[in-house]
Write a protein that binds this ligand. Structure first.
Ligand code: MN
Length: 327
């Protein structure tokens, strides 16, 4: 259980707040920051949102009040030091704020964490967290709903809806429940247009990414009686599509979308060596396969990076090794 009364008390007893989120922010990180900042502003508090990363172009519509700043040590270190409260939003380990980590850790401010990831580091005075939440945005929604600290408005609704929609993969990931949908319904009452929001969040791909995806899909091969599917992306494919390594994010899921496939693998040739993404369904602990090849991660989603490895050497080995995890 999250102690929302304590969070309310902390807000009431302090005046200045600095919010920050993890590197490469997504809609949950930014939406939760902006929604929480809006609560604080309604209560007359002084609020800063300072992030290591620049806000990605496609998420700028969430910050239409222009609250989010990119971290500059000369400008923000003093504020980080002098603020009453530092709020970690959608992360729970200090290295996730990269360039801000040192200033964050050495600040004498009260440090609180609002987050839904596993294994928080012991660097916070208070945790308002739980892995049962689909998104950090859900925690903030519950906080408002339980304490009635402010009235919801369209800006907060837009940010929390975007947070929850994206972190649930549009309401299809494991933690999605009836409650998730009920919250979405409450938020939509503020006049939000789901089609418009979806379009802003998802239909913003670079052409290069879609060209690369086409080439990657053509490489899909199955193995072990159709239970494993894998795709391969070489340097040449990246160059031909004028695409960047980071654009392959999510491609591996297409392997899992094939009927009967339980394990999906993506082999990516990087500048030095290769990267492998591992995905699995149900109880198949794919992190064990990743661990055999210098990697690790979660039960259903893992990765490995093999410096100096080549596709020719590792692809057959990994596919062979995958067999023993299938039953
Ligand atoms: Mn999140």
């Amino acid at each position: 259980m999250v102690d929302f009364q304590k969070l309310k008390e902390i807000i009431e007893q302090n005046e200045t707040f600095l919010l920050t989120c993890h590197v490469n922010p997504d809609a949950d990180a930014l939406g939760s920051e902006i929604a929480f900042a809006a609560i604080l502003k309604k209560l007359g508090k002084t609020v800063y949102i300072v992030n290591h990363s620049e806000t990605p172009e496609y998420l700028k519509f969430l910050d239409y009040l222009n609250l989010v700043e990119k971290y500059e040590p000369e400008k923000h270190d003093r504020i980080i030091d002098e603020t009453d409260v530092l709020v970690a939003v959608d992360f729970n380990q200090s290295d996730r704020v990269v360039s801000m980590e040192k200033s964050f850790l050495k600040s004498p401010a009260l440090k609180i964490c609002i987050d839904h990831h596993e294994e928080p580091h012991k660097i916070f005075d208070y945790l308002f967290t739980g892995t049962e939440f689909v998104a950090t945005g859900e925690i903030i929604y519950d906080f408002i709903n339980e304490t009635k600290i402010i009235e919801l408005d369209e800006n907060i609704a837009l940010n929390l809806y975007s947070a929850i929609m994206t972190d649930t993969g549009s309401f299809r990931f494991e933690r999605t429940t009836a409650k998730t949908h009920l919250i979405a319904a409450e938020l939509l009452k503020f006049g939000l247009q789901p089609i418009e929001i979806y379009d802003k969040l998802y239909n913003q791909n670079e052409k290069s990414k879609i060209i690369l995806l086409g080439a990657a899909l053509e490489t899909i091969t199955t193995a072990h009686g159709g239970k494993v599917a894998y795709m391969t992306i070489t340097r040449k494919m990246l160059d031909d599509a004028k695409a960047d390594e980071s654009e392959v994010d999510g491609f591996v899921n297409y392997c899992l979308s094939i009927k009967g496939v339980r394990v999906g693998l993506l082999f990516l040739e990087v500048k030095k060596g290769i990267k492998i993404s591992y995905r699995s369904k149900g109880k198949i602990a794919i992190n064990k396969l990743a661990a055999e090849f210098e990697g690790g991660g979660h039960t259903n989603a893992s990765g490995s990076r093999i410096y100096g490895g080549t596709l020719a050497e590792y692809q057959p080995k990994i596919i062979k090794a995958a067999k023993k995890y299938l039953d």
